[in-house]
Design a protein around this ligand. Sequence first.
Ligand SMILES: NC(=O)c1ccc[n+]([C@@H]2O[C@H](COP(=O)([O-])OP(=O)(O)OC[C@H]3O[C@@H](n4cnc5c(N)ncnc54)[C@H](OP(=O)(O)O)[C@@H]3O)[C@@H](O)[C@H]2O)c1
Length: 254
Amino acid sequence: MTWTKAIVTGASSGIGEAIARRLAADGTHVVLVARTKDRLDSLAGELGGTERATVHVADLGEPRDVAEVAQLIDTDPEIDLVVNNAGFGATGPVAGSELDGQLGQIDVNVRCLVQLSHAAAQAMAPRGSGAILNVSSVAGYSATPNSAVYAATKAFVTSFSQSLHSELKAGGVHVACIAPGFTRTEFQDRADYDASKLPDFLWQTADEVAEIALDAAAKNKALVVPGALNKMLVGSVKPLPSALQRRIAAAFGD
Ligand SMILES: NC(=O)c1ccc[n+]([C@@H]2O[C@H](COP(=O)([O-])OP(=O)(O)OC[C@H]3O[C@@H](n4cnc5c(N)ncnc54)[C@H](OP(=O)(O)O)[C@@H]3O)[C@@H](O)[C@H]2O)c1
């Protein structure tokens, strides 16, 4: 399945950049959204310039910037794919952390995602076509110490996206959610999370995750955990008593 025009949030690095590259390679015009203008400009140049990509600089933790992106979705009928990928984690205990960093995760990972999903759903439902692709995390499956707010935001994204999938399914609009595990991007460094002790086999590349994510959007898969190992981990933790789930999650959170 190919898309005409896609908005990709968090396109300046990692999974979002990989999604934007794949979309552009398939002939989709991509609107690249993030804060870091020089990165977006250079990616747009690589993708073929203004014919193939548009740069939209936005801080998605700022209501005014989010409203501008929502307006783009409202007013441009060519946009048939909205990828809510921008997000970040702040590692550390709730007590002792800067409150701004904790609330900022809710602003970007949740508030922005809901606002842009709402704009996309409103624009696409009357057309009976289009897709919303939301990036969650395996972290959303378990309550994780030192990532309490991040894990909760991703639990929200997974739940919200599946509800929206059910609401829009009969009307022809796709809603897919992916919940990646450890993926080699800038995420861990930015989160101040020491991932150095994690074995190589736990990791996926951003490109692997991007391919699975776009396949999920095209096939309208409500929720996909990328990779056999992540699927197995999630599947084996889900039936356990919550006290045991918390102990396992703590091994990754500390
Ligand atoms: N990497 C992992 O292990 C992993 C696992 C599960 C889920 N995820 C999820 O995957 C998504 C992408 O993360 P990634 O791994 O690709 O990490 P990344 O390399 O750090 O990329 C994050 C992207 O989000 C953008 N972003 C962050 N805050 C923003 C803000 N306030 N306004 C606008 N853009 C903002 C960043 O752009 P600027 O800094 O230029 O604004 C960047 O493009 C996130 O939702 C993350 O939660 C990642």
